[in-house]
Design a binder for this molecule. Structure first.
Ligand SMILES: [Zn+2]
Length: 212
């Protein structure tokens, strides 16, 4: 397993290439923009993309989907259905309609990437359809968990109550998993368990935002 990260799109979203070097295939996690640069990174990796995995539906995580599909037609795209809105819905300003059929994934689902297995954890809070993707000892945390922080919950379908429930769940995962967030630098669970005020609040067991 090899992971490459690039900052892409209008606000520097972390896009990750999750590569199975044995099978020479990769997943593209959150192609937020700059499809040209992502395609160049894919070429450099020597892997063929097998799937696009979205941690949630916000534009800054999905902006490169169209350009990638132009280069890799038919690539399956996974997004939880709770972040999908119909054309014309005001929500599509934040959750753009994607130019392809989407595959839904949800809690407990798995997606193969060559010989690797990506497991889906439903982690609503930043948006109702947010997921965290687990592969071996790595979490692709989207905008749920950041180094020292967590994703904002004041946008459409966000919920601090649900965010705390999701953070509590992540804190309870076994081991010191590496956390690759949707923005800013990587971290690991032990560091966040001991220093992240939101995770500490969540681990204290209350899920009432008013307790902050
Ligand atoms: Zn977001």
């Amino acid at each position: 397993m090899n992971i490459t990260s690039l900052q892409v799109g209008p606000i520097g979203t972390n896009c990750y290439l999750l590569c199975d070097e044995t099978a020479k295939v990769c997943a593209v996690v959150d192609p937020g923009g700059d499809a040209d640069r992502i395609a160049a990174a894919i070429a450099k990796s020597g892997c063929t993309p097998s799937v696009i995995l979205l941690t949630h539906g916000h534009y800054d995580h999905t902006g490169g989907v169209k350009g990638l599909l132009e280069r890799f037609p038919g690539l399956p795209v996974y997004l939880n259905r709770r972040d999908v809105y119909p054309a014309g819905d005001p929500a599509t300003q934040l959750f753009p309609v994607l130019p392809c059929p989407l595959r839904d994934y949800d809690e407990g689902d798995t997606v193969p990437v060559g010989t690797l297995t990506v497991s889906v954890l439903a982690t609503p809070g930043h948006s109702e359809g947010s997921v965290v993707l687990e592969c071996d000892d790595v979490l692709f945390a989207g905008d749920t968990l950041f180094a020292g922080s967590c994703g904002r919950t004041d946008l459409m379908s966000g919920s601090m109550h649900k965010m705390l429930d999701s953070l509590r769940r992540l804190a309870g995962l076994k081991g010191n998993l590496t956390v690759l967030p949707g923005h800013m630098e990587p971290t690991d669970l032990n560091c966040e368990r001991s220093t992240n005020a939101y995770l500490l609040q969540a681990m204290r067991g209350t899920s009432h935002a008013s307790d902050f």
